[in-house]
Design a protein around this ligand. Sequence first.
Ligand code: ARG
Length: 442
Amino acid sequence: MNLVSYTASVNVDKRMWHQDIRGSLAHARMLARQAIISPSDLADIERGMAQIVSEIEAGSFKWSLDLKDVHLNIEYRLTMLVGDAGKRLHTGRSRNDQVATDIRLYLRDAIDDILTLLKTFQTSLLDLAEREAATPMPGCTHLQVAQPVTFGHHLLAWFEMTRRDAERFADVRKRTNFLPLGAAALAGTTYPIDREFVAAELGFAGVCENSLDAVSDRDFAIEFCAAASMLMMHFSRMSEELVLWMNPRFGFVRIADRFCTGSSIMPQKKNPDVPELARGKTGRVYGHLMSLLTLMKGQPLAFNKDNQEDKEPLFDAVDTVSDTLRISAEMIAGITARPENMRDALRQGFATATDLADYLTRKGLPFRDAHEAVGLAVKRAEELGVDLPQLSLAELQAFSPMIGEDVFAVLTVEGSLNSRDHIGGTAPKRVVEAILSARKRL
Ligand code: ARG
């Protein structure tokens, strides 16, 4: 590692070449409009930039470490191609406001892509939820069987998490979408620039209101990493559930083989690689959030070279979230439920015990007494190795004389599910409604 490679950033920031050129063209158009450069300079710049775009796209553009970053590489080539007009492009601008503009443009594009990927994932999720809207599975607390829910209902919980993730990204986009250009190095510029014009050209909602802040703060990138961390946290939780559900002890779902691998030594293995990787990659995104917070915390106004280190964490967070969304959408589409195993787990977990307690409460027994009576009934069923509805009426009545023939409707899984019939409840007809309203909101 020598000094040049220590200080250069082109290997990382050349990823923003498209945004850099877009920003430069908007700036040049403004300069010409304000008669700061001539119409023929603008024509030269546009011609040169078009040539550079085709060179980069063809892979023939020569990136040079000696030219430090994406901005100087492109400007150098432009000047080679069009001469003095290329040298005039940087009038009224600094790399400080240029790079801040590029990152905001880049992140805005990235958020738009992520929102599209998120929507595809959510559509896969809703398709699966629709197929499994009435499939009973154990709902857990403390990872112990608690009460019956439907698989569709469980998947809708995932949907709600990702819906808030989408809102967070859309919200970050709003604050990202302001134009730094015009701040120049830090104090603004002496040329008669028109920042509003450049903002409109680039589709920004407005201009950054303070030149020092414009070139300095990267809070929008930090916010993005916070939203990305939250999303990854959600995907990590989902992954953890998939890992459990794929384990033969649960056996609740099958995942398409291509998302799993075997072991190099144990021939029987089918490992849930993709969910495990999603869970694992969460850590690196949390790390990027911490990197950026720490990068920023000691910086006096305005621009400091520290900020050059903002791109690697940001880009990797973008990549990790995008890849995770893309692969997860495919994986969800390839999931098959195994309802028989879900039902077995419900039986072993006495999942309708609360329903029996509610039944007794409706008959007038105070809830605490009902809770105790049902506790004894569960103990008895456990001894006999049966589920609650398999106890006879006489056996059940030993725990409370209030129990009548109508108890069996309450003790079935279907009875339990159907009775949770309100907004946000797990009754299959409510789940179907929730899916419809989710589709409308998408
Ligand atoms: N490569 C720099 C960055 O990524 C561009 C801005 C450099 N400005 C400066 N005054 N050295 O932030």
